[in-house]
Design a protein around this ligand. Sequence first.
Ligand SMILES: Cc1ncc(C[n+]2csc(CCOP(=O)(O)OP(=O)(O)O)c2C)c(N)n1
Ligand code: SF4
Ligand SMILES: [Mg+2]
Length: 300
Amino acid sequence: MDKKRLSELVHQSDAYNAYESDEVLTWCGGCGNYSIQNALKRALVLQKIPPHKTLMCFDIGCHGNGSDKIEGYTIHGLHGRVLPLAAGASMTVDPDIKVMAFAGDGGTMSEGINHLIHTVRSNYPFAFFHHDNQNYALTTGQPSATTKKGCPMNAAPQGVMTDPINTLQLVLSLEPSFVAQTLSADIDHMTDVFQKALCHQGFAFVNILQGCPTYNREATNEWYLRHVQRVEEQKDYDPTDIWAARRIVAQKEKIPLGILFLDTAQKDFLHTLPDRDPASHFPTREVIPRDITEFLSALE
Ligand SMILES: Cc1ncc(C[n+]2csc(CCOP(=O)(O)OP(=O)(O)O)c2C)c(N)n1
Ligand code: SF4
Ligand SMILES: [Mg+2]
């Protein structure tokens, strides 16, 4: 069965519906957050991960308002701080729980850029979905570190004076283990990339070029679709070659999409820790279930 057909069938399944929440969606019409969350649900279902086996950590922002739009365990943390939140969670939850983090370009590339650097270096075991809509959207369209130079924004009507930061170049300079880029206008591509990120043993950095029709009128879905180039369609592209990845994100002709870099040999943070003699398992495995019925009834 082709991927498109499979993806459509997933959308109609009970496993997909288990992720649907009753909350009212509040994003603007045409917002990329709809398709991102749709692709995430498809990817989780295709990976056979049910809602009760997830822990989704959300930053503050438009994307973060998705925290109650999806079933599963969710935490809505502080602005710019979702990475240490998810890193801590990934160290302490049961290893069967899939930890994920979601944040915008504002929180990630300014307030929390220090956390990004150390999370990549430490290779914590969780997947990170970076919603890059090139602005601080929830606070009504201020420029972020990824806004294009010269682009007029609220609070910068003359346009931003600095060049945008090259997020992928920064991440690739930190010896990452997984770096991918995808596009909110292409739900099948996102579903595919998200599944690979969910399977990765280590920190999976997924940059999502997200449409924000309300505040980012320059990089529209149509504009992106004209400018992207899928690395999986380039037969000589080698995602295990860090310099190939660094070259492709440095050039300005086309925006690369797909798995740009993958190092499966790198151990994630948990597996770099020495065993606590004589135990050779995670501390969470040592939690002993206790019957607390008697204790609870004493409190009534
Ligand atoms: C430390 C801190 N600084 C600023 C804010 C105000 N604030 C809340 S959301 C937001 C914009 C978020 O932009 P981004 O992270 O790109 O997410 P988006 O809304 O674009 O999805 C800002 C500035 C805050 N809540 N906390
Ligand atoms: S302001 Fe932009 S990111 Fe926020 S909900 Fe509207 S379209 Fe989406
Ligand atoms: Mg943003």
